[in-house]
Design a binder for this molecule. Structure first.
Ligand code: NAD
Length: 392
């Protein structure tokens, strides 16, 4: 079986889907690995490093013809999609849910599409494949570093002959994977950290990192399914914003990470909250996206300074700013999933063994044998899903 790594072409995307260490692991399992010329350049990985690990460097045209499975970070670009042939597979963070048309197109092309961002995260055996978690850890760390870099004062308490600096007050909103990593990093930099989340179960995790958990009196617990938050009602949302505003005004730095699956990110820092902050304060919005973010007026990948001197940093794609670490962790997720998927072909030669009766595969396989098979997409694609346990 030939696994092929394409060079990512999306603007600002220097990550690569496999790194040499992962190539060696796949080679040891009997898989061949093809890597597009210069695919690792953005992550400081040379073609030679891939060759040394047992990969073959090929041009894009050759790769598209030879590959059994094309592995990517984000969605493959139009050129790759247009060149796909029946029986080929694509594996990456394909983000198919908001765009059923994309899945339908891949199904029509006879392609098996596997979306790492849909991995069922609560299955213990899926942990090594959980790319959302690996990339969120990176984003949370980098958010604290970005905030410290943009803040014109110190994070730690500093006592010098030239004066004493008080520690920065940092508030982290949303204490999931990224939020907890941001808390830990800000704490290690010496800041006084507090955090808030609508899921009360995060309190113990926040406190175990040495931060203070903020409890709002106006909003009850809002834990949803699968460890995620549920969307708040309009009244809850308003009450939450009002109460949070009082806390935000006392902070030097606010880092926001709140997401609700399948929804627009909730606005937690309103225009009034920004106005209540002192000049020189910094807000990093990790939820900033084309759909909006957690901070009123934040823009994806842009920094704006408000009239009262608050720097608002739209930071929706922080993993790409640490391409070496992000590629390395992502490559582990990709190789773990690939090795899981070829297990079913044993004792024969390695091949993708798609088995839609397997709960992990049901979560990640979105198209197979000409059909949209993922339950969350099948309805909008015309009800063609079959999740009845058939093995293919
Ligand atoms: P996420 O990115 O969807 O959201 C980030 C955080 O924002 C969450 O903690 C959420 O509760 C919070 N949030 C949403 N709306 C909010 C609001 N209005 N106000 C304040 N906070 C709000 O979540 P995530 O970090 O990907 O993961 C969330 C959960 O999933 C965590 O409990 C994590 O431990 C769990 N998880 C479990 C596994 C596993 O079981 N193996 C793996 C990964 C994640």
């Amino acid at each position: 079986m030939k696994v092929a790594v394409v060079k990512e072409t999306a603007p600002g995307e220097p990550r690569v889907a496999l790194v040499p260490e992962a190539v060696a692991k796949l080679r040891a399992a009997g898989l061949e690995v093809l890597v597009e010329t210069a695919a690792g350049d953005g992550a400081w990985l040379s073609d030679d490093a891939f060759t040394d690990a047992g990969a073959t460097i090929v041009a894009r045209d050759e790769l598209a013809v030879a590959a059994d499975v094309i592995v990517t970070v984000g969605r493959p670009d139009e050129q790759v999609i247009a060149g796909l042939r029946p029986g080929q597979a694509v594996l990456g963070m394909l983000a198919p849910l908001p765009d059923p048309e994309f899945a339908r197109r891949l199904a029509e092309a006879g392609v098996t599409a596997i979306s790492l961002d849909l991995i069922p995260r609560t299955l213990p055996r899926a942990q090594a494949m959980d790319a959302l978690t690996s990339q969120a850890n990176i984003a949370g760390y980098k958010a604290a570093v970005v905030a410290a870099g943009a803040f014109g004062r110190f994070f730690p308490l500093l006592i010098t002959a030239a004066g004493t600096a008080r520690p920065a007050r940092v508030l982290v909103l949303g204490a999931g994977v990224a939020g907890l990593q941001a808390i830990g990093t800000a704490r290690r930099l010496g800041a006084v950290v507090s955090a808030y989340d609508v899921r009360p179960e995060t309190k113990a995790e926040v406190e175990s990192l040495g931060a203070t958990f903020i409890e709002l009196t106006s909003v009850g617990p809002a834990s949803g399914e699968g460890g995620y938050a549920r969307a708040l009602t309009e009244e809850e949302r308003q009450a939450q914003q009002d109460e949070l505003t009082g806390h935000i005004g006392r902070q030097d730095v606010v880092i926001t990470t709140a997401q609700v699956p399948g929804r627009r990110p909730p606005v937690l820092v309103t225009a009034d909250a920004l106005k209540s902050m002192a000049p020189g304060s910094v807000v990093v919005d990790m939820a900033a996206s084309a759909l909006g973010g957690n901070v009123d007026g934040s823009r994806p990948a842009e920094t704006v300074v408000t009239e009262n001197g608050v720097t608002v940093i739209g930071a929706g794609n922080l993993p790409s700013t640490m391409p070496a670490a992000a590629s390395s962790m992502y490559a582990r997720n990709v190789s773990a999933l690939l090795l899981y998927l070829v297990k079913g072909s044993e004792p024969g030669p390695p091949a993708l063994a798609v088995d839609l009766s397997d709960d992990l595969q049901q979560g990640v396989v979105i198209t197979h044998e000409g059909r949209v098979v993922h339950p969350a997409l099948a309805e909008s694609a015309g009800g063609t899903a079959r999740v009845d346990g058939a093995s293919h």
